[in-house]
Design a protein around this ligand. Structure first.
Ligand code: GTP
Ligand code: K
Ligand code: MG
Length: 490
């Protein structure tokens, strides 16, 4: 993001050679002793920009830039005139904060410079920092990586922080904050403790099984604990896709016969943006699947407009219908739409008999039936057919019924994504699911083992998966993948 400033500062720090030694796989290994610096607030012209440093030379850098012999009091904002140490030229009058380690975000000595946000001020301060011996620009995610290395955050908290930075909807923000607060980590730590206890029981039996002093029923106790853990893990795994949907967006697909108003609805839901789809009175207008990312009732959604479903049309529209059906299979939530004033037509009846009546075939897919063009129903008329499944009335033309639809969508999406404000912490990444499944599989081996030594080993494997989930014994590659999500300055 801040490549321009980054490059300038990098050159000031080391000359161009330094750029060639930059590791492509992410942040360098922590604890390398260097003091890093970066712009931590957003780029561009702004009122205040925050530049921070982390590492042993932070205090030295602060003294040099503020031309002061003493450091300001710890964790108090102080006003200082910052100057370029090479030329003595004043750069800005800024608030500075001194956080001596270990009581800082990274656990190392840190400084924050709250400078005026003009690009020239920011680049001047970054260049001045780059000229201080022992300082170099930070890599993406390097501050957080140091915090992790120094035990300030565990791995699931790091992931929560990355998600918080990228959160675009309210539900994503709530979920990320819960993960940053360590809820998933605490849950795993509790489970790992249970396994440690069970392991201790099994090992005690191996060592002292024949001994009269050993409490009765230690093995049975371990079995009971393992069984309870299996149930808890199973429940979380069944939920697994929900957290991932919350992180990357639920698939909502609008489908229905031609001219039901599917494209009109997609345009309505994508609101202030420019219209996504072409709307016209001609049936068969939409052919390709048109996809747009929207915030629906606080949930991240990938909304797809599709071709109207009908048979016996030309090859191009037929291909559109094939694509529509394919997309329908991937939907988390189907918005099935009919023209309320056209329910008796063959295409409406056919759609009701196939898509609506047969769905949701597998229980994870949900469906909302929407009858559009309610404005065309005569107020005194009989209303829509009685034999219809539960449905909502809407008029894309007048907007009537839109609030009701949004409320229904909120409920459906909370079921699809999991409501981040309640319930147990969600598994937001495939990595979480992998380790919980690994743990569950190992518990299965434990139960099957006739040999106690193998049973104990299975418990160790199970516990290993839980520790890896929170970053204990994490391999470099996993760390690289996770920290790559961060921007420079975080
Ligand atoms: N009266 C009325 N007309 C509507 C309403 N919603 C959409 N229309 C009209 O219905 C026609 C079809 O709308 P589209 O949004 O193109 O319908 P579609 O389902 O995407 O159509 P295809 O892509 O051809 O399958 C257009 O002329 C719209 O203006 C509504 O609520 N009331
Ligand atoms: K149309
Ligand atoms: Mg359309």
């Amino acid at each position: 993001m801040w490549r321009g400033l980054w490059t300038l500062a990098a050159q000031a720090a080391r000359g161009p050679r330094r750029l060639c030694t930059r590791r492509s796989s992410g942040a360098p290994a922590p604890g390398s002793g260097a003091t890093i610096f970066a712009l931590s607030s957003g780029q561009g012209r702004c009122g205040i920009a925050v530049i921070r440093t982390s590492g042993p030379s932070s205090g030295h850098a602060l003294r040099i830039l503020s031309a002061a012999r003493d450091l300001p009091p710890a964790r108090h904002a102080s006003l200082r005139l910052l100057s370029d140490p090479r030329s003595g030229e004043p750069l800005d009058r800024a608030l500075v904060l001194w956080f001596p380690g270990p009581r800082s975000f990274t656990g190392e000595d840190c400084v924050e410079f709250h400078v005026h946000g003009g690009p020239a001020v920011v680049s001047g301060v970054l260049q001045a920092l780059g000229s201080v011996p022992g300082l170099r620009p930070a890599e993406a995610g390097e501050f957080t990586r140091r915090a992790f290395a120094n035990g300030k955050l565990n791995l699931t908290e790091v992931e929560g922080l990355a998600d918080l930075i990228h959160a675009e909807t309210e539900a994503q923000r709530r979920q990320a904050l819960r993960q940053l607060d360590g809820e998933l980590g605490h849950l795993c730590c509790g489970w790992a403790e249970t396994l440690t206890k069970a392991l201790a029981h099994v090992e005690a039996y191996i060592d002292f099984g024949e001994d009269d002093n050993l409490e009765e029923g230690v093995l049975e106790q371990a079995d009971i604990e393992v069984r309870a853990l299996e149930v808890a893990l199973g429940a979380h795994l069944r939920d697994a896709r929900r957290g991932q949907r919350l992180r990357s967006g639920a698939h909502v697909v609008v489908t229905g016969p031609p001219n039901a108003g599917k494209s009109s609805l997609v345009n309505l839901l994508s609101e202030c943006r420019k219209p996504v789809s072409i709307v016209s009175p001609e049936p068969g207008t939409t052919r390709d699947v048109l996809e747009t990312s929207v915030d629906l009732a606080g949930f991240p959604v990938l909304l797809s407009d599709t071709a109207g479903l009908r048979e016996g049309v030309g090859p191009v529209e037929q291909e559109g219908v094939r694509r529509a059906r394919e997309r329908l299979e991937q939907a988390d939530l189907i918005l099935a739409m009919l023209d309320a004033s056209d329910l008796a037509s063959p295409s409406s009846c056919n759609f009701l008999a196939t898509v609506v009546a047969q769905s949701p075939s597998d229980s994870s897919q949900r469906l909302l039936l929407v009858l559009n063009k309610s404005d065309l129903l005569s107020p005194k008329g009989p209303g829509p057919r009685r034999d219809l499944p539960p449905h909502l009335l809407l008029s894309c033309l007048t907007g009537e019924g839109l609030d009701g639809l949004l409320e229904a969508l909120r409920k459906e999406l909370a079921a699809v994504c999991g409501d981040p404000s309640t319930g147990s912490p969600l598994l937001t990444r495939a990595r979480h699911q992998h380790h919980l499944q690994g743990c569950l599989d190992a518990l299965g081996h434990y139960k099957q083992s006739k040999d106690l030594a193998l049973a104990a080993e299975a418990l160790r494997v199970a516990r290993g998966h839980l520790t890896q989930l929170t970053g204990g014994g994490g391999t470099e590659e996993i760390l690289d993948i996770i920290f790559r999500d961060f921007c420079v300055g975080k």
